[in-house]
Design a protein around this ligand. Sequence first.
Ligand code: DC
Length: 225
Amino acid sequence: MSSTYNIAIDGPAGAGKSTIAKLVAAKLGFIYVDTGAMYRAMALYFLENGIQPEDEEKVSAACGQIDISLRYQDGVQQVILNGRDVSGKIRTEAVGNAASVVSAYRAVRQALLALQQNLAKTSNVIMDGRDIGTCVLPDAQTKIYLTASSHVRAIRRYKELTEKGQMCNLEEIEQDIIDRDYRDMHREIAPLTQAADAVLLDSSALTIDQVVDGIITAARERGLA
Ligand code: DC
């Protein structure tokens, strides 16, 4: 038995996983681990080095040149790609879409698995992603599958991007979300799916506080002191 307490949150893009997980982490004194950021950092490397995300052979061959690590400053996760903090650079739709493509490849997933598992072994974590409850932390004490309708998720993403001053189009974002869901759910390795023992939370009509409380209640029911 591990001596740490782990909460796994999986779900599609834009379901609110990171917002919710950060709040739960702060309330419980856990470390928040955003695994999507790790895939995004890898995708950024390929984009910056002229490697097409669709070219599995080249992407796989380049994985050995990539070192990803996480750093925490005042509880905020920073993603380090080959010694460089790329936390800001990875937050674009282009990088998110490239991450969705390359995350289907075995070599890419393999490159990140041990890092994710070690973090959970050494600290109480709330970790979000697509395959955390099913593959990365199958023994997590609490598993949550957080979802929302694609329309609600598109509106949230649109607001997030426009608030940051990025130009975007709501219909395109919704289509991107639908395409991304399809890729993430239908890939051969570690597809997005609800673990059999995960609690399903649909955040479409819930407030952030309701979702946070729902997760903490689920964790207390599952042995969290
Ligand atoms: O959560 P996000 O949008 O930052 O994730 C970007 C992409 O990374 C997502 O479309 C699929 C991939 N991903 C994954 O395959 N497995 C994870 N555990 C996390 C993200």
